[in-house]
Design a protein around this ligand. Structure first.
Ligand code: GLN
Length: 538
């Protein structure tokens, strides 16, 4: 038995209230007070993981070191806490059912009827306690996806009820995040939606211990009193969460409201040590008071939904803060680029980032953008598919291999400079079968990547099926594009660059996943530095 305490975060009234940011901000404050904390997200959908979801549906798919394809909230957890997450930090209904059904087939429930209660709820409780049972954490914060009252979240709410009953309220508490809307016509903040959503929770046997109320306007003491009375909590346990200028303000705002203090008091944990957030606040101050501004073109095919590139835009913020530079993003749809207005759409950019992606749509626009960056000496970062496009562009327009392509786009190309990885050739299932997670890479000295990292051996996270075709390596290097980072075991080319260019780097891996507030990613740091340089020389 260890003494891990559990904090559950549920949501009411509507989705998109920012449970993930509240959970991450609370965790940050507790971490600053000296507690070891981790955060877990339980997603009530039936997919095993979001890896097979279109980004338009669910935003970015975030990848952990251990190769889990997860919800983008895990990215926030890592960026705030600066500690890695893993598969155990994201569980879906699909995964829960899959393991219960696998056990049933093995005969583990022989003779019994397998039911939502107790079998599914037991599996949920088991997944929650896995993190606590490692003994690594004083506090585990578990965010329940969706909104209370959704049919699909019922088993999770029931599992939380049971856990709280088993562990006691000083070991497991529930924070309910709700909305207190302002009705302009009435000129008032309204508490009724919160009352209803708490009632719904209570019908499931859970009385929330703390209410966090999202609101556009200050919640008066009177309204807090009313919420407390109707929702069966103490007035000091009604915490207001006003709209923030940036998500990185939320830890400070929650501290001012006393969220971390009331959590600790309820869990019978010491509040002696105060959170200082020294490095955090340095980051926020620099982020809010930039001395320069650069504009980066982000070329992708999911740009209508900015969440599809969440980790990339956050990595810009981290690197921008270090350089005291505001990084403005110009969102450019790759499909709208091909052959049309390239110069106009890319005019005056200080940097170009060609984003990750899958499939043929928008590919030619990405290739044109690479060409523009290369020829106009604009700092360039190509990530995963973006790196592959850089290799194709170079092969076509510099080496003269006119139909060079990736076999993902054209299986019959006469120059497959990017092709399917050997280990992928027998793979038929789509879910969780890519080359995923952390792999080692060895960097060549005196290169841009080596200069950025300041070390030879790195490990970065991956999510791809195709790779640089080593049959073309000699030809491409002789032509002036160098393979500067190689997987030491397989020889797979991980990074390419053009020495005869101010800053042109492509990486097969995803550096954006590892950028955090306290550890901005070295490649983003150097990319933004190059953009600042470009901007100054204009
Ligand atoms: N579609 C490419 C591949 O599978 C790139 C993937 C990506 O950008 N994440 O290799």
């Amino acid at each position: 038995m260890n003494n891990t305490k559990y904090v559950f975060v549920t949501g009411g009234v509507t989705s998109s209230l920012g449970k993930g940011i509240i959970a991450a901000s609370l965790a940050k404050l507790l971490q600053e007070r000296g507690y070891s904390v981790t955060i877990q997200k339980l997603d009530p959908y039936i997919n095993i993981d979001p890896g097979t979801l279109n980004p338009y549906e669910h935003g970015e798919c975030y990848v952990t070191d251990d190769g889990a394809e997860t919800d983008l909230d895990l990215g926030h957890y890592e960026r705030f806490l600066n500690i890695p997450t893993s598969q155990a930090n994201n569980v879906t209904t699909g995964r829960i059912y899959q393991s219960v059904i696998n056990k049933e087939r093995k005969g583990e429930f022989l003779g019994k009827t397998v039911q939502v209660i107790p079998h599914i709820t037991d599996e949920i409780k088991h997944r929650i306690k896995i993190l606590g049972n490692t003994g690594d954490y004083d506090i585990v914060i578990t965010e329940i996806g969706g909104t209370v009252g959704d049919i699909e979240s019922l088993p999770y709410i029931e599992a939380v009820r049971q856990l709280q009953w088993e562990l006691g309220e000083d070991n497991a508490i529930v924070i309910h995040l709700t909305l207190v809307p302002y009705l302009a016509a009435a000129g008032e903040l309204k508490t009724k939606p919160t009352q209803h959503s708490v009632k719904m929770l209570m019908q499931s046997g859970i009385g929330p211990n703390i209410l966090v109320c999202r609101s556009e306007y200050t919640i008066s003491e009177d309204i807090k009193k009313k919420l407390a009375l109707f929702c069966n909590v103490k007035k000091q346990d009604v915490i207001q969460s006003l709209d923030a200028e940036t998500i990185y303000d939320v830890p400070n705002l929650m501290f001012e409201e006393g969220l971390d203090r009331v959590v600790l008091e309820k869990l019978n944990l010491s509040t002696d040590k105060q959170p200082k957030l020294i490095d955090w606040n340095t980051f926020v101050a620099k982020y809010k008071n930039p001395k320069n501004e650069v504009e980066i073109g982000l070329i992708g095919k999911y740009v209508e939904l900015h969440d599809s590139y969440k980790s990339i835009t956050e990595a810009f913020i981290h690197a921008g803060s270090t350089h005291e530079t505001k990084v403005k993003v110009r969102w450019i749809h790759s499909e709208k680029l091909a052959n049309k207005n390239i110069a106009k759409q890319l005019a005056n950019l200080d940097g170009i980032l060609v984003a990750p992606g899958f499939g043929e749509r928008g590919i030619e626009g990405k290739i044109d953008a690479v060409r523009y960056a290369r020829e106009h000496k604009i700092p360039f970062l190509g990530i995963c598919l973006g790196m592959q496009m850089a290799v194709i562009e170079y092969s076509r327009n510099v080496l003269g291999l006119a139909d060079a392509n990736s076999t993902e786009m054209n299986e019959n190309t006469s120059h497959p400079v990017i092709n399917l990885m050997e280990e992928q050739k027998d793979v038929t299932e789509k879910g969780g079968t890519m080359r995923l997670g952390a792999w080692d890479c060895e960097l060549k000295e005196n290169t841009k990547v080596y200069n950025a990292y300041g070390s030879k051996n790195i490990s970065e996270r991956h999510r791809h099926r195709y790779e640089f075709n080593n049959d073309y390596k000699d030809k491409i290097e002789a032509g002036g594009m160098l393979a500067t980072g190689i997987n030491p075991k397989t020889g797979l080319v991980e990074t390419i660059e053009i020495p005869d260019h101010p800053w042109f780097v492509g990486v097969q891996y995803h550096p954006e996943y590892k950028s955090t507030v306290l550890n901005p990613h070295p490649l983003f740091l150097d990319f933004i530095a190059a953009a600042v340089e470009k901007q100054k020389n204009k």
